[in-house]
Write a protein that binds this ligand. Structure first.
Ligand SMILES: CC(C)(COP(=O)(O)OP(=O)(O)OC[C@H]1O[C@@H](n2cnc3c(N)ncnc32)[C@H](O)[C@@H]1OP(=O)(O)O)[C@@H](O)C(=O)NCCC(=O)NCCS
Length: 191
């Protein structure tokens, strides 16, 4: 068994037109418990979670940064200061690559927040990792809203992979295709 090396990563804060992507914080737990208790929100992501599962998922999210140098951010709506979701990056052993992930609370759906947050995260990781050729997204094919987000980002479906007990569609976008689309860059603040 190989030891996992912890990566020295200061989690940055990114700013987009309407959102701040900031490091997850223990004070976020109650909001995430509320978001993940919504059956419609969790329909394609494993079903509703109890507070204990939400806490462990957050620990995993923060751990992803420490173990891999990438991870998800808390998504805050700048106009209200409200926590409206979690989005960013994810990877784990056996995963098809560095994944762009997006979770936006139900009362903020349809405003383009997922796309805006993902655009910032993908731009950030391509800038940070010059060796990275593509970003992936792992989506249940019936999750039409998420498929639409991937399509809007310019991602295309490549194949199905059996992950966490289900067939998922693997969407990808290459560095070259991303650069050609010229998305607006997010501002990275010192943190
Ligand atoms: C998927 C999700 C993040 C989309 O968030 P969002 O902020 O509403 O997405 P956007 O506003 O950026 O919308 C992107 C596109 O999806 C479309 N869309 C949104 N909800 C949709 C739905 N229920 N059915 C079909 N399309 C939908 C939007 O209309 C938009 O497309 P358009 O511009 O062509 O109209 C949100 O629905 C969510 O958090 N779902 C639960 C968690 C989840 O499944 N995450 C993804 C796991 S792979």
């Amino acid at each position: 068994m190989t030891a996992t090396k912890t990566v020295e990563t200061a989690i940055p804060t990114l700013t987009t037109d309407r959102l701040t992507l900031r490091p997850l914080d223990s004070s976020d737990v109650p909001d995430f418990v509320e978001i993940w208790s919504d059956a419609e929100f969790t329909r394609y992501i494993g079903g509703r979670c109890d507070p204990d599962s939400v806490w462990h998922a957050m620990a995993g999210n923060i751990g992803c940064w420490a173990l891999t140098g990438v991870g998800p951010w808390a998504v805050v709506e700048r106009s209200t200061g409200s926590l409206v979701g979690r989005a960013g990056l994810w990877t784990e052993p056996g995963w098809p690559g560095i994944e762009a992930v997006w979770f936006i609370r139900r009362d903020r759906w349809g405003r383009g927040y997922a796309r805006e947050a993902a655009t910032a995260a993908i731009g950030w990781v391509f800038a940070q990792r010059p060796d990275l050729d593509e970003v992936v997204s792992v989506i249940l094919p019936e999750n039409t809203a998420s498929v639409r987000v991937a399509e809007q980002l310019g991602m295309t479906p490549q194949r199905l992979e059996f992950l966490h007990g289900e067939d998922h569609a693997i969407y990808t976008i290459t560095r070259t295709a991303w650069a050609a689309a010229l998305p607006a860059p997010a501002v990275q603040n010192a943190h």
